[in-house]
Design a protein around this ligand. Structure first.
Ligand code: GDP
Length: 461
């Protein structure tokens, strides 16, 4: 329903300098007019958009003043939703904001659903779907780099690339259909088929190129799940603390669902590292085994990267081999710690024979080798991509899956063409590829998918 007017508190719950009640829809101005008393005599309702009006929110039933506010007026179509939008900037307390919202609802607005403002912006064509999703990524960005990726997507950089691919596919499809429509004509010449196949190859290659950055993109959006494993006393908690200190900016501190799973996010060269299962590592006084094997196995399975710590002073022990066996098969960095005590403690080559992945010699307590560790992690994430270049990164798994489908269908279309199958068969594949790309920008998208995407948003976004 785009004909009704929606409202919600757009600022986070709690106390703040200001809090905003946002209203959007055809009756936004009229509804705000019922409860807003401007301080000046001027009738703000006929005033221009992109203005702030100072005054009071007054309960029309009792005449009681509820808050002193600034009212921002944005007229359709130049607003977040492309509808008339009024934002009432009140004092950021729970009671005044709730009262303002209640008055707005009593005056004829409906409480907005999660993400409904952004959904309207999408439905009214102000943003495409990838851009709408980027808004949530901007809000949730964990590092400056994450923000950069999200802002690029919000500006439409990804959408432009996807649209260009769609147009290229549409042109191929149009030519195919032109040939299909004239079945009496002679067979399509080989040269024309070869040309279409060549263009399809180019499109599939471009999909592949975009997909190449998807792993790094996902890390910027979701963070890299890192777990530190090792037998007791190798220096795991020292490493954790060093990373927390080194990376200084702790951007989030998320208590997990159970008390003993704590996740902390640190900013490592712009890469958000989610340090998993740090609870055990924090209890340094606890002499009993801090992480059981079963637990370690689970955390390792969930991690994107394992840091396995060994103790140069103790040498490689049976327990270490178990730890390495647990981590084998995962992206892994092995740290031979305490080289200050035993510079020749464990031979890195011996480790390399056991597991794949970089082996670093460090002394965590002195901060030795941590730079190298950061470098290695950054390399792993960026997958050798040239730093400084500013590629468009696919950060959203939904986009990645759609793009993979588009590439597959494009390749199938080309195979059909070169394999001498009827043109109709290739055309079906091209249409499927178009649909897959359309899911990214929302050109082809169902209500259920929209429901799922916007359900992640908060009310007021
Ligand atoms: P965890 O049980 O694996 O979490 O190990 P801890 O981080 O609690 O460290 C165990 C002991 O090793 C502590 O006394 C640390 O100070 C010490 N330690 C950690 N890293 C180093 C290091 O690089 N060199 C030396 N000499 N000792 C270290």
């Amino acid at each position: 329903m785009l004909h009704d007017t929606i409202a919600a508190i757009a600022t986070p719950p709690g106390e703040g300098g200001i809090g905003i009640v946002r209203i959007s829809g055809p009756a936004a101005v009229e509804i705000a007019g019922r409860i807003f008393r401007p301080a000046g005599a001027r009738d703000w309702r006929s005033g221009p958009g992109y203005r702030l009006y100072y005054g009071y929110v007054v309960d029309p039933a009792s005449g009681e003043t509820v808050d002193e506010v600034l009212l921002a007026l944005m007229r359709a179509p130049r607003s977040y939703t492309r509808e008339d939008v009024v934002e009432i900037n009140g004092h950021g307390g729970i009671v005044p904001l709730r009262r303002i919202l209640q008055l707005v609802l009593d005056s004829g607005a409906r409480l907005a659903e999660p993400g409904e403002f952004t959904r309207r912006a999408f439905l009214n064509g102000r943003l495409d779907l990838a851009q709408a999703e980027a808004i949530l990524d901007v809000i949730r960005a964990r590092t400056g780099e994450s923000l950069k990726v999200a802002l690029g997507q919000l500006r439409g950089e990804l959408s432009e690339r996807i649209e260009a691919l769609r147009e290229a596919l549409l042109r191929v499809l149009a030519e195919m259909e032109a040939s299909i429509d004239f079945p009496d004509e002679e067979d399509v010449p080989e040269t024309e088929l070869a040309e279409l196949a060549r263009r399809l190859t180019g499109i599939a290659d471009e999909c592949a190129e975009l997909l190449a950055g998807a792993d790094a993109g996902r890390v910027y959006r979701e963070g890299l799940g890192v777990v530190i494993v090792g037998k007791p006393n190798v220096g795991k908690s020292s490493l954790l603390n060093a990373l927390l200190r080194e990376a200084r900016a702790i951007v989030t501190d998320i208590p997990g669902t159970t008390r003993d799973v704590i996740e902390e996010t640190v900013n490592l060269r712009g890469i958000p590292l989610r340090l998993l299962d740090t609870a055990g590592l924090r209890e340094t006084e606890d002499a009993v085994e801090r992480i059981g094997v079963a637990r370690t196995r689970n955390v390792v399975a969930a991690a994107d990267l394992v840091l396995a710590v060994l103790d140069a002073a103790s040498g490689l022990e049976a327990e270490d081999r178990e730890v390495l066996a647990l981590a084998a098969g995962k992206p892994l960095v092995v740290l031979i710690n305490k080289i200050d005590l035993a510079p020749a403690g464990i031979d890195p080559d011996e480790i390399r024979r056991l597991v794949a992945g970089p082996v670093l010699r460090v002394a965590v307590r002195e901060g030795r080798g941590l730079d190298k560790l950061e470098e290695v992690i950054a390399d792993l994430v960026l997958g050798g991509q040239v730093a400084g270049r500013d590629p468009i990164l696919i950060s959203n798994v939904r986009h990645k899956n759609a793009l993979e489908r588009a590439r597959r269908y494009t390749n199938e279309a080309r195979a059909a063409l070169t394999g001498g199958l009827p043109l109709e068969m290739a055309a079906i594949d091209v249409r499927n590829a178009l649909d897959a790309l359309g899911e990214i920008t929302g050109a082809t998208v169902g209500d259920d998918l929209l429901d799922r995407i916007f359900a992640d948003f908060c009310i007021g976004k």
